[in-house]
Ligand binder design. Structure first.
Ligand SMILES: CC1=C(CCC(=O)O)c2cc3nc(cc4[nH]c(cc5[nH]c(cc1n2)c(C)c5CCC(=O)O)c(CCC(=O)O)c4C)C(CCC(=O)O)=C3C
Ligand SMILES: [Fe+2]
Length: 393
């Protein structure tokens, strides 16, 4: 780490005490919604993919393969529009509650870039920003990389040390995130039952992004063991179990269908192990297990972006058709009122410095840390990069 990187703030108040949760009220000038970003026309597709894979040695054949998914939809990913809507809905919800801070939006991989948003925020006099990444679980891609994005934005704009960016905790088990899945999966199961299918003929597949096993093992804090697949796999297992438990309670049935967590959108060289099983591989095996209908729930995603529209709506649905299975793909949270309200709760919780025992969490793993613990979601491939909003290093 060079001297110019020193001033990146590491959520100073909390790390000094080593607290997992910030329990003093915090003043913030603005909320910074951090998205992945996506192309908005055919000419954006390759530059966008180069941004995503910058420095990671993803071969051009793979870029072309992925470009084709985007080209199929006119080169437009719906993700930016989803985030514009989420930004608007969240700001409205905060206004309704009397919270006056603006919600600003910036992306990792496409305009509006976080760098520009942070510079504009500082120009407007905002020096304390509360980051909120559009990603619910712990892993390098979904947690630490957003913290690196914040640090890079501060360093490249020369604002490190003058502007501070903290980050809202990972919200995989926040009630507002879980609720839309309870609703959509519950409805899908009820409909299949009403068509005469028995529970043992229905399988619920909770789908999330595959990541390298190496990243998964390092997800979450360094000093805690979450079992195979690390915090990333454990969080998904726990949320999926909770969704099915809630459906069981709310639908007053004897039982619920069997369910599994499966993975999608694997990339990287074949020699590198990624989390398995793949959603399409599992679908192909289900008829031999007596299954006749599959519910595909995108548990790892916030909105219907390209990973959902291509890998699930095209590929997984095709796999189901080939297997002779009936298939339903259920909704992502999007701008579901419970989800938007849940995010506003998390923002208010952080501003108030709410005591841990008064925070809500739907699984025994939470409520997750406000301030990332040492080594949280490390990535040895990417090498060391400065990261905001955590305990150093
Ligand atoms: C955990 C995770 C999430 C969920 C959490 C979150 O939401 O953040 C996520 C989301 C997304 N991933 C997305 C797109 C892509 N991900 C790629 C590549 C990768 N993703 C990874 C992980 C994740 N990704 C990983 C380990 C790689 C390998 C390269 C690397 O080590 O980083 C590539 C490169 C091409 C390829 O190799 O497939 C693309 C184009 C989009 C945008 C979709 C749109 O435009 O609508 C979104 C929301
Ligand atoms: Fe993390």
């Amino acid at each position: 780490m060079s001297a110019q990187h020193e001033p990146v703030p590491h959520a100073a108040e909390a790390s000094a005490a080593g607290d997992a949760h910030v329990t003093r009220p915090q003043e913030y000038d603005a909320i910074l919604l951090a998205g992945f970003g996506g192309p908005e026309g055919q000419e954006d597709v390759i530059p966008f993919l180069r941004n995503v894979t910058r420095g990671r040695g993803i071969p051009d054949e793979r870029l072309e393969e992925v470009a084709h998914h985007y080209r199929h939809f006119g080169g437009v990913s719906p993700i930016n529009e989803q985030n514009r809507r989420l930004r608007e809905a969240l700001e409205q919800e905060l206004r309704r509650r009397g919270v006056r801070q603006p919600v600003l939006w910036g992306n990792r991989n496409w305009a509006p870039y976080l760098e520009d948003t942070v510079r504009e925020a500082a120009d407007a006099g905002h020096t304390r920003l509360l980051g909120l990444a559009t990603s619910a679980y712990s892993s390098y891609s979904s947690c630490r990389q957003y913290r690196e994005d914040f640090a890079r934005a501060l360093i490249s704009t020369g604002l490190a040390g003058r502007v501070q960016i903290d980050k809202v905790r990972q919200f995989f088990d926040a009630p507002g995130f879980v609720e839309p899945f309870v609703e959509s999966v519950g409805t899908a199961v009820s409909e299949l039952r009403s068509q005469g299918l028995a529970d043992d003929e229905i399988r619920v597949l909770f789908c999330t992004h595959s990541i390298p096993v190496d990243d998964a093992e390092r997800s979450g804090p360094r000093d805690q063991d979450f079992g195979p697949g690390g915090a990333y796999a454990a969080q998904h297992q726990n949320v999926a179990a909770r969704v099915m438990e809630r459906i069981h309670q709310e639908h007053d049935e004897q039982n619920v269908p069997d369910w599994e967590v499966v993975y999608q959108s694997r990339s990287g060289p074949a020699s590198q192990p990624w989390l398995e099983p793949d959603v399409c591989d599992r679908i192909a095996e289900l008829p031999a297990e007596g299954v006749r209908a599959v519910v595909v729930s995108p548990l790892g995603f916030l909105s219907d972006h390209m990973e959902v529209m291509w890998d699930l709506d095209e590929e997984a649905m095709e796999a189901a058709q080939e297997a002779g299975l009936q298939a339903v793909r259920t909704a992502t949270p999007g701008v579901h009122p419970a989800f938007v309200s849940g995010l506003a709760d998390l923002i208010e919780e952080r501003m108030a410095g709410t005591e841990p025992n008064r925070r809500t969490a739907e699984t025994p793993l939470g409520p997750w840390f406000d301030v990332c613990r040492p080594g949280c979601c490390e990535n040895v491939r990417a090498g060391f990069k400065p990261a905001a909003a955590g305990v150093a290093p």
